[in-house]
Design a binder for this molecule. Structure first.
Ligand code: SDX
Length: 428
């Protein structure tokens, strides 16, 4: 197979190298295109056909429904790993030895206090504030309290910034939830594991001893692992491009949290639950909502369905669907919303509109059912997604900085007015 791609523009021919990834993916390297063709560029709305970078962190095959973190299958990791060791794997590239994991966790615990003045920022938010907006704001505000986390030129400085945010973000997540629930803020306990401590901070009440429910802990551990990274999705691309200007890690993560908030992206898990609720309220009339989803004049979309890359089942959705059944069963919860979800899924999987467009359930379709069973408010679902995605964002940001990648600055094709003279207002 030719190692180059040939391009003909007018009477001129050009050749560009083809690069091959470790999973045999091919890309045409067009970094010299504009110079060689005297200004011609490519255009690709939504970057559906455009690679932004080479990356060694996560690999997915959308046609086959394959997802791997640093070469380990998502099925293996979700079944056998602990979220903190998956975080270490994503960020540093290898599964940690016990000693390395213990050190990583103790460095995180050392940095798991958030400056008390941050509470004043949290207090200033109205009770109706969406927790994703709170999380994005407080994450960016952390820069002011940790200025050394910005210019991370050495491995040590970068490591310090990483363990700081791994320690502080769960605190911010729990504070956002406790504000919704009207509970006093807390810090959990360093005697607990990472996921257990997240639960303790989120759910504990000041007047009772908190005991970790192992079913909930296993389900949360699995959900956080399943959300941990996903190649160059919208929010990860945002973290990378903001970081490419050498904005600090916390500012880059804050931007990623804002991107994840959108209902077409991470915000879909909240939108799915709201959609299922309205279908249930509407007498469970799934056919009506299927018709709305297929109606081009209706802005309604079947939330939790479809994916930019997966044109097969999202492997995470498969795992979460089984876990949802298990968690509800183990907790003795009979949630009619799960039945609505399952019948909607069955209908969509047999409907030509969805089948022809290869629209399958994605990671967001079932996750909210588990979060709800855990007693997490629906507006916190995307915050839980952000908590899971944190190590992936960190890993991608670190890879971009260590790779000394140039500042991201896409081109455009201008379609506006040609040059025209200014007219004084009296003459307009
Ligand atoms: C996440 O990228 C990632 O990796 C993201 C993520 C991650 O881990 O980071 O996996 C997390 O964001 C999952 C996606 C969560 N979003 C939703 O569930 C929202 C509902 N889904 C859609 O909005 C949509 O499927 C997207 C945004 C996910 C993907 O959109 P694309 O790739 O731009 O596809 P498209 O909009 O071009 O749709 C292709 C066709 C269109 O119909 P035609 O114009 O060809 O007739 O499929 C239709 C769309 O109208 N379509 C849907 C649909 N999704 C696509 N029709 C009804 N319901 C839907 N959900």
């Amino acid at each position: 197979m030719s190692e180059t791609a040939k391009l003909k523009i007018g009477d001129n021919s050009y050749e560009f190298p083809i690069i091959k990834g470790s999973e045999n993916e091919l890309a045409i390297d067009i970094k010299t295109l504009r110079g060689e063709t005297n200004g011609v560029i490519t255009i690709d709305p939504g970057y559906k056909n455009t690679g932004a970078c080479k990356s060694a962190i996560t690999f997915l095959n959308g046609e086959k429904g394959v997802l791997r973190y640093r070469g380990y299958s998502i099925e293996d990791l979700a079944e056998k790993a602990d979220f903190l060791e998956v975080a270490y794997l994503l960020i540093f590239g290898e599964l940690p030895t016990k000693e390395k994991l213990v050190k990583f966790h103790s460095d995180i615990k050392e940095n798991a206090i958030v400056d008390d003045d941050v509470r004043k920022i949290l207090d200033a938010f109205p009770k109706i504030a969406h927790p994703m907006g709170i999380l994005s704001s407080l994450t960016s505000a952390l820069t002011a309290f940790n200025p050394s986390s910005v210019n991370v030129d050495s491995d040590e400085e970068m490591y310090r910034a990483i363990v700081k945010i791994m320690g502080k973000l769960p605190v911010l997540v729990s504070w956002a939830m406790r504000k919704i629930n009207g509970l006093p803020l807390n810090y959990g306990s360093n005697s607990l594991g990472y996921v257990e401590n997240v639960m303790n901070m989120m759910f504990s009440k000041p007047n009772e001893e908190y005991t970790v429910n192992p079913i909930v802990k296993d389900a949360l551990n699995k959900l956080l692992i399943l959300h941990a990274d996903h190649e160059q999705n919208c929010s990860t691309s945002t973290v990378r491009i903001v970081g490419s200007s050498h904005a600090g890690l916390f500012a880059s993560l804050s931007a990623g949290i804002s991107a994840l908030w959108g209902p077409l992206h991470g915000g879909a898990n909240q939108a799915v639950l709201e959609m299922l609720e309205s279908i249930k309220e509407d007498g469970g009339d799934t056919k009506k909502y299927m018709a709305k989803a297929k109606d081009k004049n209706d802005p309604f979309r079947l939330m939790g369905f479809g994916h930019r890359v997966y044109k097969n089942f999202d492997p995470r959705a498969k795992i979460i669907k089984v876990a949802a059944d298990q968690v509800l069963n183990d907790l003795g919860i009979d949630d009619p919303i799960l039945d609505v979800a399952k019948s909607l899924e069955q209908e969509a999987l047999n409907d030509p509109y969805f089948v022809d467009r290869k629209l399958y359930p994605n990671v967001d379709f079932y996750s909210g059912i588990i979060y709800r069973a855990m007693g997490i408010p629906v507006e916190m679902f995307t915050v839980m997604f952000a908590l899971g995605r944190l190590p992936g964002w960190i890993a991608q940001w670190r890879e971009m900085r260590l790779g000394k990648e140039p500042i991201g600055r896409p081109r455009q094709i201008y379609t506006g007015e040609s040059l025209r003279k200014f007219k004084a207002i009296q003459k307009r």
